[in-house]
Design a protein around this ligand. Structure first.
Ligand code: HEC
Ligand code: HEC
Ligand code: HEC
Length: 132
């Protein structure tokens, strides 16, 4: 039989630990970083557009990259057709990082802020890594 009191205390402790960073950071959290779009490839674009619309990219790029990987490796199809019907070569390093060649001021800037550290770079190469 459950000891309701203990369960409740457990839940409260859990909620406290879980909420602490949010409450603690209230008002003092660093402003959300602005990822830099200042790269030669992006400067040269006739239209400042990502592979899909900006909102989609901000909110969904994590799942999107997984889908890219699955399509490229499991289905062996490296051409992605975006919502506008444009064909795009699937490659983390040669497509994403070609435009976003400033990984440190782009990907890393948000990820450090959000406290995520994608393990992709254990294997994938940042073509500009040596220069950063
Ligand atoms: C053709 C160049 C190009 C390619 C390739 C590209 N991007 Fe982008 N990306 C852009 C541009 C330009 C913007 C800014 C769009 C805007 O300001 O509306 C952007 C915006 C973004 C954003 C939103 C940033 C923000 O907060 O404003 C994310 C996230 C992103 N890209 C991730 C990726 C990923 C992941 C890939 C590979 C799947 C990729 N991009 C491929 C040019 C590119
Ligand atoms: C506008 C801010 C922003 C930019 C720019 C950005 N990311 Fe992210 N990314 C995030 C956030 C926030 C998360 C965590 C989302 C979550 O956990 O739901 C994330 C998560 C990820 C993940 C999943 C990590 C995991 O452990 O689940 C991958 C992969 C990733 N990003 C790749 C990239 C790449 C590659 C770039 C640069 C081309 C990039 N991101 C640029 C904000 C950004
Ligand atoms: C254990 C090593 C390893 C890790 C970690 C890894 N990958 Fe990969 N990934 C590979 C290999 C190997 C390929 C196949 C390369 C090829 O065939 O050109 C690949 C291919 C891909 C592709 C399609 C083709 C390409 O060249 O980009 C995408 C997209 C991709 N991975 C995304 C990711 C993302 C996002 C992460 C992090 C969340 C990640 N991978 C982590 C090894 C890895």
């Amino acid at each position: 039989m459950y000891d309701t009191g203990k369960v409740l205390i457990g839940l409260l402790v859990f909620a406290g630990i879980f909420l602490f960073p949010f409450l603690y950071n209230r008002g003092t959290a660093a402003p959300q970083p602005k990822p830099s779009l200042d790269t030669p490839a992006i400067k040269a674009l006739p239209e400042k557009k990502c592979v899909e619309d900006t909102h989609f990219m901000i909110t969904t790029h994590m799942q999107f990259l997984n889908e890219w990987r699955d399509q490229a490796l499991r289905e062996g199809n490296r051409w992605y057709v975006n919502k506008e019907g444009k064909k795009i070569w699937i490659s983390l390093q040669n497509t994403c990082l070609k435009c976003h060649s400033n990984k440190k001021d782009f990907c890393d800037k948000c990820h450090n802020y959000a406290g995520v550290d994608p393990y992709c770079w254990d294997c994938h190469y940042d073509p500009n890594g040596s220069k950063l």
